[in-house]
Write a new protein. Structure first.
Length: 255
């Protein structure tokens, strides 16, 4: 399912425009009340300081959530490569024909897992997922058939390793589905809107204070962009690169 947060550049532009509009709304409210600059900036200034502190905490907390999920996806990529590499060694205990077939299937399976990390389009992802599911079925049926014909502790080790390979793919998929909840985005946006509304209400929109308002709006928008970019697995600038899987694939191809 495609979400707005899957497009960090759009988040940057929209958040800047919305926050700028909220600041302008605050300035218009101050003009309608026709209060002196000192009166307009007295009590609201205290509320503004507290609101900015809360906004900073919420942004920091959400950024920490995005970083944690990014690190989780990175760790599962490494774990998946280790599981495939371990099983590639374990299948030597199986009969030679089955072991050779499993080596070829594992090499193809590794290529599909690399594509899972690298593709960006939804249609290509569906094709890769279908090919991955087919290869998983072939891998499991082959190793299970071979182990059934020769049930020994060594063949059971190969079956266990194949189970780890299949499980690692499921863990990876779950990590890619684990995103920042929309409620956290909504809370952060509401607090940012309130802060900009208060800023627009307090400042005079002249000289240095206008520059402060512009920089504040830009900083918050960039923060939203960075959080969305890290939290989005496939779009944006920062991605999990399948370095371990690529290195493994280069060593798994049959001679």
């Amino acid at each position: 399912m495609i979400r707005l947060t899957d497009f960090p550049a759009t988040i940057l532009i929209l958040s800047f425009l919305v926050l700028w509009f909220s600041g302008g709304l605050g300035a218009s409210l101050r003009k309608k009340r026709r209060l002196p600059d000192e009166a307009a900036g007295a009590d609201p200034g205290l509320i503004l300081g507290a609101s900015l502190t809360l906004l900073g905490l919420i942004i920091g907390f959400t950024f920490s959530m995005a970083i944690t999920r990014f690190e989780q996806r990175t760790n599962y990529e490494e774990a998946e490569a280790n599981a495939i590499g371990t099983e590639y060694v374990r299948i030597d205990v199986l009969p030679a024909p089955d072991a050779q077939r499993l080596r070829v299937l594992l090499a193809k399976y590794t290529e599909q897992r690399i594509l899972f990390y690298e593709i960006r389009r939804e249609q290509e992802l569906n094709r890769v997922n279908a090919d991955t599911a087919q290869l998983q079925a072939e891998l499991w049926s082959t190793v299970l058939k071979s182990a059934s014909l020769q049930p020994t502790p060594l063949t059971a080790l190969a079956v266990s390793g194949m189970n780890d390979v299949l499980n690692s793919q499921g863990y990876t998929q779950a990590a890619w589905w684990n995103r920042i909840p929309p409620s956290a985005w909504f809370l952060m946006l509401i607090i940012a809107l309130c802060c900009n509304l208060l800023i627009g209400y307090c400042i005079r929109r002249t000289g240095a204070e206008f520059v402060v308002f512009l920089v504040m709006t830009l900083i918050v928008s960039i923060s939203f962009f960075l959080i969305a970019d890290i939290d989005s697995p496939r779009r944006g600038i920062i991605h999990v690169r399948p370095l371990n899987l690529v290195s493994l694939s280069q060593s798994l191809h049959p001679q």
